[in-house]
Design a protein. Structure first.
Length: 318
């Protein structure tokens, strides 16, 4: 007769799973941990992919500019053409901003001496010591161009943020204003010129001439913003920013003088009166110390012209 089975032994939970309840729990925890690690790895992969795509979208490049194609037709743009147009506009804007982006990068490299552990291209036994050594050899940027870009980039960045399309040649002319006062003052002078003559009429020469007009004893508040500073400079230069006065005698005046000279010739019973003689007589009458009639007339006319010119300048600056 066989021995009865030990029911408790047969049903001992510790014998299940080949290792008892402790091993079972351990196995379940291990499986759960593996699953969580796989999920975390999947999430990390998705994030990495999203970041890579975002970086690619933001990265400039010629490949992002659509290839030239013929118009789809006349009139309004198609949806595809509108997308192509927007992509091209981004490329144009990037080109306009590239110079001050480059300037900021060069300035950051120079200030932080980020070139200091890069071996010198011509003398590999040593590293670069200055930005003036690094820029021409590593990036083909001349020393002079590097200095100009570094000095101008901050002004260009602010002007671009305000919607102005300033090129490095223009900004270079107002760098002395930033050096003498501050960044806002330089931007304010550009804004003043743009508002006076129009954004499309801003030139390096016009900026340079306006900078020359600033009085040597000019004082500007460092805490004022761009618009306030522009008004201050505008008030200082209101008389200087006048339309240029032409000293040439208008053709209509010359014709009128010739006609009046005929009247003098008739009165004197002469065939004609040369214009040079009329001019001499007028100058003598103007300089006559005993008779100021001509002088007074000329003075009043010049006062009227001066007042009209100032009024026009003020109106242009409003």
């Amino acid at each position: 007769m066989s021995k009865p089975k030990d029911w408790e032994a047969e049903t001992d939970w510790g014998s299940l799973g080949g290792g008892g309840s402790g091993k079972t729990a351990e196995k379940l925890a291990k499986n759960e941990k593996t699953t969580e690690e796989q999920r975390a790895a999947a999430r990390a992969s998705q994030i990495e992919k999203a970041v890579a795509e975002a970086i690619e979208d933001a990265r400039p490049g010629l490949h992002k500019v659509p290839d030239p194609v013929e118009p789809a037709g006349e009139g309004a743009l198609t949806d595809e053409e509108q997308v192509r147009y927007r992509e091209c506009l981004e490329g144009v804007d990037l080109g306009n901003q590239a110079w001050f982006i480059q300037g900021k990068a060069l300035d950051t490299i120079a200030v932080g001496r980020l070139f200091r552990d890069t071996p010198h291209k011509l003398e590999p036994h040593r590293n670069y010591e200055t930005i003036e050594e690094w820029a021409p050899l590593e990036k083909g940027v001349s020393v002079g161009q590097c200095s100009k870009l570094r000095a101008a980039w901050a002004i260009g960045e602010v002007l671009a943020a305000r919607g102005y399309d300033a090129n490095p040649g223009q900004v270079r002319e107002i760098v002395p204003v930033r050096n003498a006062f501050n960044l806002n003052a330089a931007v304010a002078l550009y804004v003043l010129v743009a508002d006076t003559w129009g954004q499309d009429k801003v030139t390096a020469e016009r900026l340079r001439n306006t900078v020359k007009m600033l009085p040597g004893d000019l004082e500007l508040d460092e805490d004022e913003d761009v618009d306030a500073l522009a008004k201050t400079i505008k008030g200082v230069l209101v008389e200087e920013l006048q339309p240029p006065v032409s000293h040439a005698i208008p053709a209509a005046v010359t014709r009128a003088v010739d006609k009046r000279a005929i009247g003098i010739a008739d009165a004197l019973n002469r065939p004609r009166i040369p214009r040079s003689e009329v001019t001499r007589q007028l100058m003598q009458a103007f300089a006559d110390p005993e008779d100021s009639t001509v002088f007074d007339i000329v003075l009043e006319r010049m006062k009227a012209e001066e007042a009209a010119a100032k009024k026009a300048a003020r109106k242009a600056l409003e």
